[in-house]
Design a protein around this ligand. Sequence first.
Ligand code: S3P
Length: 428
Amino acid sequence: MDIISKFTKPLRGIITIPSDKSISHRAAMFASLTGGTVEVTNFSNGADCHSTLNIIREMGCEIEIPSEQHVVIHAQNAFKDKLDNYLLDCGNSGTTMRLFSGILAAQEGISATLTGDLSLSQRPMKRIILPLELMGAKIQHNAFKAPLYIKGVELFPIDYKTPVASAQVKSCILLAGLNTDGKTTVTEEYVSRNHTERMLKYLDADLEINGSSVSVRKSKLTPKNISVCGDVSSAAFFMAAAAIVPDSDIVIKNVGLNPTRTGIIEVLQKMGADIEILHQETVCNEEVGDIRVKYSNLKGITIEGEIIPRLIDEIPVIAVLATQAEGTTTIKDAQDLRNKESDRIKCLVHEMKKTGAIIEETPDGMIIEGKININGGCDVECYHDHRLAMSLYVLGLASESSLKINEFQWVDISFPEFLGLMTELTDY
Ligand code: S3P
């Protein structure tokens, strides 16, 4: 599905942002480990989280979906069938493949092959294979890429310092540790998103946090219901759009405000955006709130270091924002962006250049000049990458002539509601 993005009207109104992808994945996976029944409300409609749901079904969970985004997971029979031939399709989802590898590696007597689509099959898996092998895991792989054949065995605890700040790597090791005798510890240089730690604690796992180290011991999780907050990474596209489209004024409700995810809000504040948190509460051990964003004059900034893992998925849309900010914006220390659903540095810079943006690729990020008129009036590609598709849509809102975004359907990976909500904000 190709779509056109163009400026129509300022964005105005109130929207509720749909479910957090990272938290939905974890809700389904951890529910499967409780041995009981867990009701998850506001579960993501995105294809990625449905890949996770299909996998836990394969592993013996019974799943009811009484209404949209409401999932009841019965895990009484999960992981009981010691089959040697599970074929588990992770689709486009790195979180599914990396976290499930940790779960399966520690499930004695079960073996399975984890596969993915073309993009996922090209993404690096060495980052999880090496620590799992240190724990004694048995994994066969295709030169450290998918498909991964994992034979569950008894593992040994490790004390591991991760070379990349990655929540997927951290979570993979912690999930293996959750079914391993002894204390498994993961230490990161900078703290990546901590939804795994928070949800495991909520479900009564034996878990301790010490600065940037997290330790877990073998634990039985308690089945408890989980309400998933809205995804700040999805909200980011609306925050950015309201910040750059003149006269916009929007409220985004139900946004997850876990500090390991709110780098985008700090960046907007530093750029001079008119952004305000209206109210905040804690739901299932995660902070949630409403955000108001109005159009304002932005200025370029440098983004680097510890904030990078806290906004890693928002960098494409930050690059779009930067085209409308006075001065230079420099993004550094973000080399891992090259390992996402696409090489987000190379692909984004290439497509933005076509539209007239002044943007340069660097090995670990990009440099963007603003404020400039984006000409648009061309076709852009999203490289099967949902976040590139939505970032380019926001760029279209600031372009003089419309942008045609090819294969926009990739948005469904995380945010099928995206276009509907954009329309809601201009339908007044
Ligand atoms: C995710 C972690 C991030 C992020 C991805 C989701 C997660 O990846 O890019 O979209 O749910 O743990 P890394 O942890 O590999 O940086």
